[in-house]
Design a protein around this ligand. Structure first.
Ligand code: 13P
Length: 255
């Protein structure tokens, strides 16, 4: 279609509270032996913050794999015991930051205002935000999918100017599909991704919006990844459980 950009597929692994530095090094030793340097796709790894340094070090010769953190604090610095800042993330070698993951929203009370602030801090630090949106089962059953996803997306980019918003990545992760073995159908994922693309086009224009990678997450595995990637406006996947084993993750990123 005229004016459309091609988005290389993105394969992102979110390790959540798994794999400390030792496990991460062992994982990469195996994974890098299985997966040679990639030129037609983007690979992202989100280890626990304590393992990011080890992962960056292990990937010194693999610039095709970018490392990210799973969260940052809403403030740049100060008396916030236990938190990590965007500058610290940058300093350790992270290039991408997950913001608004549903576990942050559901378990740690992260609000839309928090995600807006974090996205803005991430961009100011010249890192790339990967903003997560997605509805709960109750919201889906209540017919609120579009309203929830729209609210979360618009809030997430609300403090960015258009040029900054153009550098965003977005993940649609329906809460009911995360860690449950219950995946959205390619049709459901395609519907929400097409909505996200339309909302981004309304704000940024079709050409810019078409270059923003839209990832699907929620019980992605090697059996369903190809069908999900074939759905309209699905440009990649964000994977939890199925990214923890190097052989399994290697087979997914080669799909
Ligand atoms: P699962 O792949 O384990 O469902 O997790 C998805 C997710 O939350 C990735 O961020």
């Amino acid at each position: 279609m005229s004016g459309r950009q091609m988005v290389p597929p993105v394969f992102a692994a979110n390790w959540k509270l798994n794999h400390g530095p030792s496990d991460a090094r062992a994982f990469l030793q195996r994974f890098l032996a299985l997966v040679p340097r990639q030129h037609d796709r983007t690979l992202l790894l989100f280890p626990s913050a304590l393992a990011v340094g080890a992962v960056v070090e292990a990937l010194r010769d693999r610039p095709d794999i970018q490392v990210g953190v799973q969260n940052v604090h809403t403030e740049a610095q100060g008396a916030f015991t236990g938190e990590n800042s965007v500058q610290q993330a940058r300093d350790v070698g992270a290039r991408v930051v997950l913001v608004g993951h549903s576990e942050r929203r559901q378990l740690f009370g992260e609000t839309d205002a928090d995600t807006a602030r974090k996205v803005a801090l991430v961009v100011q630090a010249r890192l790339v935000p990967l903003l997560c949106v997605g509805e709960t089962l109750a919201e889906r059953e209540g017919g609120l999918v579009e309203a929830v996803v729209q609210r979360q997306l618009e809030a997430g980019v609300s403090l960015l100017d258009d040029a900054q918003a153009a550098g965003l990545l977005v993940a649609y992760e329906p809460v009911w599909a995360i860690g449950t073995g219950r995946t959205a159908t390619p049709e459901d994922a395609g519907d929400v991704h097409s909505l996200l693309r339309r909302l981004l086009s309304d704000r940024l224009g079709e050409r810019v919006a078409s270059g923003i990678p839209l990832l699907y997450g929620g019980s992605v595995n090697r059996g369903n990844v190809q069908a999900l990637l074939a759905a309209p406006n699905v440009n990649g996947v964000l994977v939890g459980g199925a990214s923890l084993d190097p052989d399994g993750w290697a087979s997914i990123v080669r799909s």
